[in-house]
Ligand binder design. Sequence first.
Ligand code: UDP
Length: 327
Amino acid sequence: MILVTGGAGYIGSHMVWLLLEKGYDIVVIDNLEKGHKKAVLGGKFYNGDLKDKEFLEKVFSENDISAVIHFAASSLVGESVQNPIKYYYNNVYGTLNLVDTMIKHNVKKLVFSSTAAVYGEPENIPILEEDKTQPTNPYGETKLAIEKMLKWMDIAYGVKFVSLRYFNVAGSHPDGIIGEDHNPETHLIPIVLQTALGIREKVIVYGNDYNTKDGTCIRDYIHVIDLCDAHLKAMEYLEKSNKSEIFNLGNEMGFSVMEVIEKASEVVGKKIPYEIGPRRAGDPSILVASSQKAQKLLGWQQKYNSLETIISTAWKWHSTHPHGYEE
Ligand code: UDP
């Protein structure tokens, strides 16, 4: 059985869907602080928290778990600056408990959800896995701390892990059965689509004085299903190679904030109002990944990587669920 932590979240719920599609037997845990029970389309569900050792012990003793895909984490950059204790507690301590329980139950394969935020302000574009890691906020810092912790867990106890550093994850299941529902929503594509729906008055573009072609920030948007597919390939890699590894997961294509707004206007067939605002603290001007390593070692190939597909699948979800899972 595969254990998915954080399986009721945006990315976790797409992972659950994909694992079910592929016929895996799964156990899902989520504390439902941010996740939605309705987003979990199957598997055996436990509502609980990684900080609760007894809870983890129960899950591992009741199920024959062979590998773990670990999404459960707090992931808001701004909140992490305001409240680093929450981030160290949920992310670092939570993962420590998880790994401790895995070792006790002789489960030694872990796919870990990391982030491009470990790099901070990049030195080179595209960013390579061996580039300098210098997070500029506690969120990225906790993810990097976990990667370092996992290295020592491998050396001491043979826990093999694949850490996947995500760039900007977006899009949704093409049928719109599950999708992105954050509260508060901070990500560009859902904000743009909520504006198209009239739920928001306008998009505030965080700065147009960056050193880029149109002055707005450039990001590497990757489709959530391509991302989840890389997790399946990472599990297969752990089975085959029994070696720990770190991979970037991105599209290798950068799009500016203005390009996203323009493409979204095309997809929804109407103008989306926006206004140029001040820069957001801590935003690097350009973040684009090299995903060559994942392509070569995992045999990963993207299927949904055009900006049009990313936005139109997200639109499928938002236009049919304007208030997310609430309805
Ligand atoms: N952004 C923006 N307005 C918004 C939300 C985001 O201009 O309301 C910009 C943000 O500054 C960044 C890009 O869109 O350059 C993507 O931001 P997001 O929060 O989606 O992801 P991040 O890059 O922070 O992980």
